[in-house]
Design a protein around this ligand. Structure first.
Ligand SMILES: [Zn+2]
Length: 389
């Protein structure tokens, strides 16, 4: 695919490498925006981070849209809303047939790419949406869900979250059944958001490699949402991946230290985001993203630069190896650092990796090659499972 014109200042080598590579972002929350009345992914928007023009500018070949309802919504209501969001993604894809195509496998991502279209994949962000029912899980898979994040911020009935007091000491027996069924379905198990003990239980239970779709390094920023070095190592040892999250509160220790010392600023951001979003709840995340950068510009919050993404990537790669890392931005669901405000800035990552001295083939692994390999491994494990059982 030829690179579109851009004012992004990067080297010719970086542009050329980036736009001939398969580039994957394993987590965006743009699905919430599809629920806004009148929102069209085909238009270039002045706010938020993702739309078709900016995915094109960013040379992104495949992107996972998260299906998400808050952990406070459970039972049949959560299932209903999740299904409605899956349909919203599918509708949006079919209304832009020249640009987008729904994909579920590595092969489909490659086809989309050869066809000049962006592959849209679906990830379920939170196991509460299956309502403890494996039939619901199978239904999600049949509607195209490629991965499921086992929890969101709260524990589910069968798995502990990293941001809730433990209730199951990791995974419950039902949690282990969920993993086995995901393996059988060829769905990738996503350990972002789950507790450290639950990650260990998953690694012991899963027949297939797993990944963290949007988590950074706890050694660099001490958030429970980030992964400690030993878990990064353990995920990689099983053939899995860690995809670095761009959220300022997961990248910057300075940022979270400042926030915990100044809870009043955090509250001010929250109130302002609510005010600007008005009745439109889906809009709140997008406003939050913008306000945090505005406040940083006014000196009310620390200024976080996008280059921290590369520091986290390097850390994870040093521990896990180049074959086990990638990017999962959290666009439209978190606060982006300066210089990585939207999907159009993605080529900067390639430029930075070249400057770090990485070879072109290693950079291509990080951008998407590793994820394609993981998908193929998960698919192969599903076939093996069917063969033996
Ligand atoms: Zn998340």
């Amino acid at each position: 695919m030829a690179a579109p014109p851009s004012d992004l200042k990067i080297s010719q080598q970086a542009r050329e490498l980036h736009f001939r590579s398969i580039v994957v972002d394993t987590h965006v929350d743009t699905t919430q925006r599809l629920l806004e009345a009148g929102f069209d992914l085909g238009e270039r928007h002045a706010n938020g981070s993702v739309d078709i023009p900016r995915l094109r500018d960013g040379g992104i070949s495949a992107v996972f849209f998260a299906i998400w309802v808050p952990g406070t919504v459970t039972g049949r209501e959560a299932v209903k809303r999740a299904l409605a969001q899956i349909e919203a993604v599918r509708r949006e894809v079919s209304s832009h047939p020249d640009d987008l195509i729904l994909a579920r496998s590595a092969e489909e991502i490659r086809h989309a790419r050869a066809d000049g279209r962006i592959a849209i994949l679906i990830g379920i962000e939170g196991g509460h949406m299956i309502d403890c029912n494996l039939d619901v899980l199978r239904g999600f898979a049949s509607r195209g869900a490629a991965y499921m994040t086992l929890t969101h911020m709260r524990n589910t009935e069968w798995a502990d979250a990293s941001t809730d007091p433990p209730r199951h000491n990791g995974l419950s027996p039902l949690g282990k059944e969920v993993i086995a069924e995901m393996n059988r379905l060829g769905m990738i198990v996503d350990v972002s958001h789950v507790s450290d003990k639950a990650v260990l239980d998953v690694l012991e239970t899963s027949e297939a490699a797993v990944f963290a779709s949007h988590s950074s390094c706890r050694a660099l920023c001490d958030s429970p949402r980030n992964l400690p070095d030993d878990l990064i190592r353990a995920i990689a040892a099983k053939g899995g991946l860690v995809h670095i999250n761009f959220h300022v509160g997961f990248l910057s220790q300075e940022f979270i230290d400042f926030e915990s010392a100044h809870p009043e600023i955090e509250r001010e951001v929250e109130v302002e985001a609510k005010r600007r979003a008005g009745e439109n709840g889906a809009r709140e995340l997008v406003e939050w993203d913008r306000i945090v950068r505005e406040f940083a510009g006014e000196g009310k919050l620390p200024r976080v630069k996008w280059t921290l993404i590369i520091d986290h990537l390097r850390r994870a790669a040093d521990i896990a190896g180049i074959d086990h890392v990638g990017f999962g931005s959290d666009f439209d669901g978190a606060c982006m650092p300066f210089g990585m405000e939207d999907a159009a800035k993605f080529p900067r990552l390639t430029e930075a990796l070249l400057r770090e001295g990485l070879g072109e083939s290693d950079i291509q692994k990080i951008l998407g090659g590793n994820l394609l390999r993981l998908m193929e491994d998960v698919e192969a494990a599903a076939h093996r499972g069917k063969g033996s059982g």
